[in-house]
Design a protein around this ligand. Structure first.
Ligand code: FMN
Length: 374
């Protein structure tokens, strides 16, 4: 580039300013290679992760996200109470057959011994990483004093971290929130305790337990945590686009971003963000012709995982998310929710996407957004 610039400026002196602008823009300063993230011995493919979401990131969906560019995925939380391990729901949650490695299992509970036993149980069944959930605010979890409710009792947090790390020979990670409420943000204390206990990676959702999902996630606490520890830190909360991912990585210094709700129905968001972080340019929206077989394969895996009856019913939420924002989605969703057989559900979905071709070869989310804005 320098050679070309010298040649051009001496041949065309008037163009020096123009050429120097080109020179300043190349290589693009912001788009350095993303950091390499390790969890213990596992080198992750990239630094764009899918968040654990109970009832959403089951094995078929995690697998799909990984195939479409997510560098890492954690299972939905598994209960630490051994009485629940044999239930159908728990068995499904700890089923990792065929899943791309590393296989990470999230555990939730409040009793250090039970959590340690649960971690061992999952490692014996193939888990390669154990993630402790101290991030979930939902009542069912918090009423039995676990998830983010634990952040209120730092001593108990310490005992849990020590017990789980000592129980297993695989890396243990922690997912947590910034604190109990906005006057009690103790993420920094918890992060330092976790690092001393031997936790291999931290994921921090930029909200307190009391915030639930309301308000906007804040990233100052994530910045402070990243500056205070030397283990990898993953930033989570309200990351919905490639630009937002870039912004959060730049402002917090975090090693990776974790995406939850924005991946519902748009699992290709991982490759879009990864591509943008590496190159600074956007991938085009997916082709309808690509999305159709991809969704069909996802839903077939979903039916096989849950069985026909439950599969058709639980697939509805994924279908609703797939069509959200596309022309004709609302009417389609109402009709689709009454369909009770696998083949009819797939036929309806494929017909919906064939109609999308009338709007263009690629998915046209913007048409609906423009209509709503008008
Ligand atoms: C439906 C749903 C289920 C969730 N289940 C879990 C869970 O099992 N474990 C967990 O640590 N977090 C869970 N979360 C929280 C997400 O992992 C994530 O921290 C949160 O949604 C914020 O990220 P986002 O703004 O990208 O969605 C759940 C979130 C949602 C919306």
């Amino acid at each position: 580039m320098a050679w070309r610039w010298t040649k051009l400026t001496s041949a065309f002196p008037d163009c020096a300013y123009f050429v120097s602008i080109i020179r300043i823009e190349w290589p693009p300063p912001n788009y350095s290679l993303p950091p390499i993230v390790h969890i213990g011995p596992y080198l992750l493919r990239n630094n764009v992760f899918v968040a654990p979401m109970a009832g959403v990131t089951d094995r078929p969906f995690r697998q799909l996200c990984k195939e479409l560019g997510a560098g890492y995925a954690v299972s939905e939380m598994a209960a630490s109470n051994p009485k629940l391990w044999q239930t159908e729901k728990s068995s499904r949650r700890i089923n990792h057959v065929g899943e791309m490695e590393p296989k990470a299992v999230q555990i939730a509970g409040a009793d250090p011994t039970m959590l340690a036993d649960c971690a061992k149980f999952n490692v014996e069944r193939g888990a390669q990483i154990i993630d402790i959930n101290m991030g979930c605010p939902v009542k069912k979890v918090c009423s039995s004093w676990c998830g983010s409710a634990l952040l209120q009792d730092e001593k108990l947090v310490g005992r849990i971290l020590d017990a789980v790390v000592a129980a297993v020979g695989v890396p243990v990670t922690l997912k947590f929130r910034t604190g109990w409420d906005r006057s009690n943000k103790n993420a920094l204390t918890i992060a330092k305790m976790a690092e001393s206990a031997g936790i291999a990676m931290l994921t921090l959702h930029g909200r307190t337990r009391a915030d639930g999902y309301s308000g906007a996630a804040e990233y100052d606490t994530i910045t402070a945590v990243k500056a205070a520890v030397s283990i990898p830190v993953v930033a989570n909360g309200d990351i919905t686009s490639p630009e937002k991912a870039r912004f959060v990585l730049d402002t917090t210094g975090a090693d990776a971003v974790m995406i939850g709700r924005a991946a519902q129905g748009r699992p290709w968001i991982f490759r879009e963000i990864d591509h943008f972080l590496r190159t600074g340019s956007h991938l085009p929206a997916p082709l309808v012709a690509e999305v159709q077989p991809l969704m069909t394969a996802h839903l077939r895996a979903h039916y096989a995982f849950y069985g026909d009856y439950l599969g058709v019913r639980t697939a509805r939420k994924h279908i609703g998310w797939y069509v959200r924002g596309l022309p004709g989605a609302e009417i389609f969703r109402q009709r689709m929710n009454r369909i009770e057989s696998i083949e009819a559900q797939l036929d309806a979905l494929n017909t919906f996407f064939e109609v999308q071709l009338a709007y263009g070869k690629r998915l046209q989310y913007s048409l609906c957004e423009q209509a709503l804005a008008a």
